[in-house]
Design a protein around this ligand. Structure first.
Ligand code: ADP
Ligand code: ZN
Ligand code: ZN
Length: 736
C-alpha cells in the first residue's frame, strides 16, 4: 500500500503530492487526514505531512519510494480533520482529491491592506432629536433610518450600511455635511464587520422556544430539526443554544443562505455575541476569507456565520453547527464536487462530536424523512413569537376566470384586492415564477419555436426587440418573419415579469411599480437597490420572480399575489411539488408580517394539486404525507438514493458510443443495479456541447459510491475518450 502525502498546505501547493510506502506495522493507523513524519529531500530530514489518500497503485519506481517514518500521535491538528473531510467529499460526490482540497482549504493569496471605514455619530443628543423630527417631517426615510440605527449603535461599519442597510452613499454624505456623523478610516483588515454596539440583546424566550432549546441541549441525539412556522423565533432559539456552547468553550458554525444574510439577521447575532462573531459572504475577496478562517483557527472568534462554504471554518473545538433555512437549494454546490452542506455538516459533526441543528418553516422532504425514520430528532414551534395573525390565503381557479370572460392575467379577486390596497396606501407583491418578457417566441403559422443555434432551448424575447438565450447568452435581433416558413405571425408566448408590469400599468395607471428579475438586477447591487427602494415606500407594487419571495421583511406589504402558481409544477422533475409548496408557503409568509392583516391570492390552473392546496392551508405535515407517498411509489429520494452520471462532449457520435461504454461498465460493476439511460438530457445541447445522462438508484448509498469509484478508476485506466467529460451528482436537486 502507498500513501499520497502533502507536506505543505499553508501555501498554494495543494497539488504538490509525494508518494510514500506504508510500512505494514502502521498500516491500520493510516487514513486520510492522519499526520505523519516522513523522510524528505537528500538528507532524509524528517518533516511533518498529512495523508491525503491511500492507494495500491504506485505512480513511480517502487524501489525509489521512501517509507513513512511514523504516525504523529499528538492530537490531530484541524488541518487533518479538514483533509479527512475533503476525502469524504471526494469519495461521496466524485471529482479529484485536489478539487476537494481546494473546496475545503482556503488558499492564501497575497492581500493588500484594506482600508476600513466606519460611520460614527458626532452630534449631541438634543441635535439628534431635532434631526429625527426634521427627517420625520420631511419623510426622509433613509436618513431617518440611518440616524436611528446610529443612535442605537454609535458606530457602524460603512460597507455594512451600504450593502446590508441599503443606504446610498449620497445619504451618508448628506448627513456628514450636516455634521451629524463623521466617517473614520482605519487601515488593516481585521473583522469584516466591526460594530461598537450599544444595542442590547434582551429577548427572553417564550415557553415553547425555551423547551426546544433545552430539549436540544440535553438530548443525546446528534442531528435535530426545528420545524417552526415563519416568525416563530427560530433564530432566538439558535442563539440560546449557541450561547450555552460558547460558554462551555465550544465553537459554532451558523449556515444561513446568502440571500437571508440581511442586515437585521447579522445585527441580531452581533448584539448578542459582539466581536466573538465573524461573518463570511461571497462579497469578501479570497484574501479576506482567508483572514477570517485564520482568526477562527487562532481562536479569536467562537462563531462563524456564512453561506455554504462557512462549513469549512477551521475551528479546533467545534461543538455545534446550525443550518437555518435548511431546505434551501443553495446549500448544494453547483460545481464539482457537488456536495450538500447538510450532509457535509453531519460528517463534520461526527468527526468532532458536535451537534447539528437544522431549522426551517418548510423542511426539506429529506430531513423530515430522517426524522420519521428516527435518525434526526424533530422539534416544532407552532406559534409566532410576536403576536400577528397568519395571512389569509385564497386559491383562484384561472379556468373559471376564463369561462367567465376574464382574459386578463389578474383574476377578479386579485383585481379588487389590488385596488383596495392601492387606496389604503399599503404595498403589494406580485410573484411570477419566470423571467423575461414573455417566454419563448414561436410562429403561429408553422408552430416552430425560435431556438438558440448553440443550445437545445428556445430564445426569449427581451424589451420587444432582442432575442436572448438564457443558457449561453447568445443574442440576436427579433425577426419580422418566421425563419422556417416566412410567415409574419411570430410572437412571444406565456407570461413574464415584464408582461405583468405592463398589465398593471394599463389597469392601474397611477400605481408605482418596481420590477425585479434577472434583467433588472444584472447590474451590481441592482438587487439591493430595488429592494431598498421598495422598503422605503418608493413603489406601491413590486413585481418579481422567486427572488422577491425569500428572506425579506416588508411590514407594509399586506397583499401577495401569485400570478401563476403552476409554472414550477411543469418542470420535469421529481422535486417540482416540493419546490412549489416551498415557494408558495414562503410567498404567503411575506404578507402580514406586522400587525396589519395580510392576504394572499394564489392563481392557478390546477387548484386541486396537493402542493397548492396544502400551501394555502399552510399544512406542512399533510403536504409531506402526500409527497412521501409519491416518492415511495416512484422510487425517488429520499426513499432511495440516486446518482446522476452526466456525460458531455462536443461530438455527438463520440458521446453516444462513450455513454454505451459507461453503461456496460456499470453492468459489469454491479449486475443488478437499477439504472435508467443513457438518455439525452432535458436540454440536449448547451453552448454547442452535447449532454447525456444515466441515473443509478439504490437504497444503499454505499452501492452507488462503489459504482462511481469503479467508473472513475475505469475512466483513468482504460481512458474513456478525453473529449468526454463525466460528472457525478448524488441525489441531484434537479434532473438533467
Ligand atoms: P423565524 O426565523 O422563525 O421566522 P425570527 O427568528 O425571525 O423567526 O423571529 C421573528 C421575530 O420575533 C423577530 O423579530 C424576533 O426578534 C422576535 N422574537 C423571537 N423570539 C421572541 C421572544 N421570545 N419574545 C419577543 N420577540 C421575539
Ligand atoms: Zn413559421
Ligand atoms: Zn444558447
Amino acid at each position: 500500500m502507498y500513501a499520497n502525502i502533502i507536506v505543505d498546505i499553508s501555501h498554494q501547493k495543494l497539488d504538490k503530492v509525494f508518494q510514500y510506502k506504508i510500512p505494514k506495522e502502521i498500516e491500520n493507523g493510516i487514513s486520510a487526514g492522519v499526520s505523519v513524519k516522513v523522510p524528505f529531500g537528500k538528507g532524509n530530514r524528517l518533516i511533518d505531512g498529512f495523508v491525503l489518500e491511500t492507494t495500491d497503485i504506485c505512480d513511480y519506481d517502487d524501489n525509489k519510494i521512501k517509507s513513512i517514518a511514523e504516525i504523529n500521535e499528538k492530537n490531530i491538528p484541524v488541518e487533518g480533520t479538514l483533509i479527512n473531510l475533503a476525502w469524504f467529499i471526494k469519495n461521496t460526490y466524485g471529482g479529484t482529491m485536489n478539487q476537494a482540497l481546494k473546496t475545503v482549504i482556503p488558499i492564501k493569496k497575497v492581500t493588500k491592506d484594506v482600508v476600513k471605514k466606519t460611520i460614527c455619530l458626532s452630534c449631541k443628543e438634543n441635535i439628534q432629536r431635532q434631526y429625527i423630527e426634521e427627517f420625520k417631517r420631511k419623510r426622509a426615510v433613509a436618513r431617518l433610518r440611518l440616524l436611528e440605527e446610529l443612535i442605537e449603535n454609535k458606530c457602524l461599519d460603512y460597507s455594512l450600511v451600504v450593502d446590508k442597510m441599503n443606504i446610498s452613499r449620497a445619504t451618508i454624505t448628506a448627513l456628514e455635511k450636516l455634521d451629524i456623523i463623521e466617517i473614520n478610516s482605519e487601515k488593516i483588515y481585521r473583522n469584516p464587520i466591526h460594530i461598537e454596539s450599544n444595542g442590547e440583546y434582551n429577548i427572553v424566550l417564550n415557553e415553547e422556544q425555551r423547551k426546544v432549546s433545552e430539549d436540544i441541549i440535553n438530548s443525546e441525539n446528534m442531528v435535530h430539526l426545528i420545524h417552526g412556522v415563519t416568525g416563530s423565533g427560530k433564530t432566538d432559539v439558535y442563539m440560546d443554544i449557541i450561547d450555552k456552547y460558547v460558554n462551555n468553550g465550544k465553537q459554532v458554525i451558523v449556515l444561513i443562505p446568502e440571500i437571508a444574510l440581511t442586515y437585521q439577521t447579522v445585527m441580531r447575532f452581533y448584539r448578542k455575541f459582539r466581536d466573538r462573531v465573524s461573518i463570511i459572504n461571497s462579497k469578501l475577496s479570497q484574501g479576506e476569507r482567508y483572514d477570517q478562517f485564520e482568526r477562527a483557527k487562532r481562536g479569536e472568534i467562537d462563531i462563524m456565520i456564512g453561506p455554504r462554504s462557512a462549513i469549512f471554518t477551521p475551528f479546533n473545538n467545534l461543538g455545534l453547527i446550525v443550518i437555518d433555512e435548511e431546505h434551501e437549494s443553495s446549500y448544494k454546490s453547483e460545481t464539482i464536487p457537488k456536495y450538500h452542506a447538510r450532509e457535509v455538516s453531519i460528517y463534520r459533526a461526527k468527526q468532532s462530536g458536535a451537534k447539528v441543528v437544522l431549522g426551517s418553516a418548510t423542511p426539506s422532504v429529506e430531513s423530515y424523512y430522517e426524522c420519521e425514520a428516527g435518525n434526526y430528532k424533530l422539534h416544532t414551534l407552532v406559534n409566532r413569537a410576536v403576536a400577528s395573525s397568519m395571512a389569509k390565503v385564497s386559491i383562484v381557479d384561472l379556468r373559471e376566470e376564463l369561462k367567465n370572460g376574464n382574459k386578463s392575467m389578474f383574476s377578479h379577486t386579485l383585481q379588487e384586492l389590488i385596488a383596495d390596497r392601492l387606496k389604503k396606501k399599503e404595498q403589494i407583491m406580485l410573484f411570477i415564477n419566470r423571467r423575461g418578457y414573455a417566454g419563448f417566441v414561436s410562429c403561429r403559422s408553422c408552430g416552430k419555436a425560435i431556438r438558440c443555434p448553440h443550445c437545445d432551448v428556445g430564445l426569449n424575447l427581451h424589451n420587444n426587440d432582442k432575442l436572448v438565450c438564457h443558457y449561453c447568452g447568445y443574442e440576436t435581433a427579433m425577426m419580422k418573419n418566421c425563419p422556417v416558413c416566412g410567415s409574419k405571425y411570430i410572437a412571444a408566448f406565456g407570461t413574464g415579469t415584464q408582461k405583468v408590469e405592463e398589465g398593471i400599468k394599463k389597469m392601474y395607471p397611477m400605481a408605482r411599480v418596481l420590477r425585479m428579475d434577472m434583467d433588472t438586477t444584472s447590474k451590481k447591487d441592482g438587487h439591493e437597490k430595488i429592494l431598498s427602494a421598495f422598503a422605503e415606500g418608493e413603489a406601491d407594487i413590486l413585481v418579481g420572480t422567486q427572488m422577491i419571495v425569500k428572506g425579506h421583511d416588508f411590514p407594509n406589504v399586506t397583499l401577495v399575489g401569485v400570478i401563476a402558481a403552476d409554472l414550477s409544477l411543469f418542470a420535469a422533475d421529481y422535486r417540482a411539488n416540493e419546490r412549489t409548496f416551498d415557494l408558495l408557503t414562503q410567498a404567503a409568509g411575506r404578507a402580514g408580517r406586522s400587525t396589519k392583516e395580510g392576504e394572499v391570492v394564489i392563481q392557478t390552473y390546477n387548484p386541486e394539486e396537493y402542493s397548492i392546496v396544502m400551501s394555502a392551508k399552510q399544512s406542512y405535515e399533510n403536504f409531506y404525507n402526500q409527497e412521501i407517498l409519491y416518492r415511495t411509489l416512484n422510487n425517488y429520494p429520499p426513499v432511495i438514493n440516486m446518482m446522476a452520471i452526466l456525460m458531455t462532449c462536443e461530438n455527438e457520435q463520440i458521446l453516444n458510443s462513450c455513454s454505451k461504454e459507461i453503461q456496460a461498465a456499470i453492468k459489469e460493476a454491479d449486475a443488478d443495479i437499477c439504472y435508467i439511460g443513457p438518455a439525452d438530457c432535458n436540454i440536449k445541447k448547451i453552448s454547442d456541447i452535447y449532454r447525456k445522462v444515466i441515473y443509478i438508484k439504490d437504497k444503499e448509498l454505499s452501492r452507488l459510491i462503489d459504482i462511481k469509484n469503479i467508473l472513475e478508476k475505469y475512466g483513468k485506466d482504460k481512458g474513456i475518450s478525453d473529449n468526454v467529460s463525466i460528472q457525478y451528482d448524488l441525489n441531484p436537486l434537479s434532473m438533467y
